[in-house]
Design a protein. Structure first.
Length: 429
């Protein structure tokens, strides 16, 4: 990175930058995030912030985010959009910047000068090779929060740093796969890309914590989010169980390893229901519902009793009871005894369910890439406030907001914008 570029940026007075989002809504209104990663984990963190009101500028590489070109697609009148892109890039601005060009680096750094948070998900060292180090960025913007997301982190054993990683790679390394599946089956791969979404939620919460710190102290912070650690972070007591008790968890199928029932059962009509009963009070109500004597069977509720012959007999009795009834009959009986249970829904079931509708979980919006309305998942959680979060636009076309960002936010004049476009430093119109 040329020192002259940095000097030129610093020599320009930093003006109050206008918010590009059309109207304020949501608790993160007024926060600006620059997002420069691809696929799921990092962009989803920024996307959640965008839904909650933050201004998110998604910087794409020349050609665009890989996610744009992966099936499945919605197609209409010669235009198409990937369904995941349409869902997870709403409320975001798009600009393409070629960071391999000096002029592109200058645009990018000017953008970061006006940002509260920068999130990225490249291989460790990628931005340093481009001359864009955290130290350089902080010279330009001392209060910025920088969030790096990668599979294995930016420090640690050198044999791991920079290894290519997807959601499932991190799930394999974390040990997650080893404890999911049935005893006689291979390990299960989490779906849909659960490790990515866990990582995104960790990244967003860390970014907002960093933002509060920067606001209170005037000092920015860099955050290293390793995907495998985000997955391992939700294992609860399993780490102590393995490290202290020397009991390494293994695949158990759908059964819980500490108590029963907490499992999926097949009904007479070919449906599946989940039944859970934790604690003697709930277990007693379950026994009453299926006409068993609680005192006779109470020693089968917790481990190790649940793993005994008698414990397996209880499981067999319950499965037989469920199998002799339809799913509606099972739910009706158990709910009368206040036993937690529910049908295993398909996504089609959810789309038709009145509770989802009552909570406005499925909504319509106009997708910018498709140029038409799509129906998909709404905004969660539900914020009760005077200016609630809203979907103000669908997923952007490639580089749709380049001119808006360059002119209104960064103050480029028309002739300079034309030059950047003609030299393919930025895209598009």
């Amino acid at each position: 990175m040329s020192e002259s570029v940095v000097s030129r940026i610093l020599s320009e007075p930093k003006k109050d930058s206008p918010i590009l989002v059309p109207a304020s809504s949501g608790p993160l209104s007024g926060i600006r995030i620059v997002s420069s990663g691809i696929l799921i984990a990092q962009p989803f963190a920024a996307y959640m912030a965008a839904l909650w009101g933050a201004e998110v500028i998604h910087v794409e590489r020349p050609g665009g985010d890989t996610y744009r070109y992966s099936p499945p697609f919605i197609e209409k009148d010669g235009r198409k959009v990937n369904t995941w892109w349409a869902q997870e890039r709403r409320n975001m601005f798009s600009i393409v910047i070629d960071l391999k060009k000096e002029m592109g680096k200058e645009v990018f750094l000017k953008l970061l000068r006006h940002a509260d948070i920068w999130m990225e998900s490249s291989m460790p060292g990628t931005y340093q090779k481009l001359g864009i180090s955290d130290e350089l960025v902080r010279k330009i913007n001392p209060k910025i929060v920088i969030v790096h997301i990668s599979g294995f982190g930016h420090f640690g054993d050198s044999n791991y740093l920079g290894l290519p990683a997807y959601d499932a790679i991190a799930a394999a390394f974390s040990g997650w796969m080893s404890i999911n599946g049935f005893p006689d089956s291979p390990p299960y791969k989490p779906y849909p890309y659960t490790g990515d979404y866990l990582t995104a939620l960790h990244a967003l919460s860390a970014a907002l914590a960093g933002y509060i710190h920067a606001r209170n102290t005037g000092e920015g912070v860099s955050i290293d989010v390793a995907q495998f650690e985000c997955i391992a972070n939700v294992f609860g007591g399993l780490w102590i169980q393995a490290a202290v008790l020397n009991r390494v968890p293994v695949r158990q199928g759908n059964r819980d390893i500490y108590f029963q029932p907490y499992d999926i059962f097949e009904t007479k009509d070919g449906r599946y229901v989940f039944i859970g009963a934790l604690g003697y009070d709930v277990f007693r109500r379950l026994c009453d519902a299926i006409q068993l004597n609680f005192e006779e069977w109470r020693d089968t509720h917790y481990a190790p009793g649940m793993h005994s012959d008698k414990g397996r007999e209880f499981d067999s009795i319950l499965r037989s009871w469920v199998k002799q009834r339809t799913s509606d009959e099972v739910l009706d009986t158990l709910r009368k005894h206040n036993v937690p249970c529910f049908k295993v829904y398909t996504l089609e079931d959810a789309l038709k369910d009145p509770h989802y509708r009552a909570r406005n979980d499925f909504i319509e919006w106009v997708d910018e890439s498709l140029g038409d309305k799509v129906r998909g998942w709404g905004i969660v959680p539900k914020f009760v406030m005077s200016s609630e979060p809203r979907v103000w636009r669908g997923s952007p076309r490639l580089g749709q907001d380049a001119e808006l960002v360059l002119s209104k936010l960064l103050g480029y004049e028309e002739k300079d914008i034309i030059e950047l476009l003609e030299k393919n430093v930025v895209c598009c119109r």
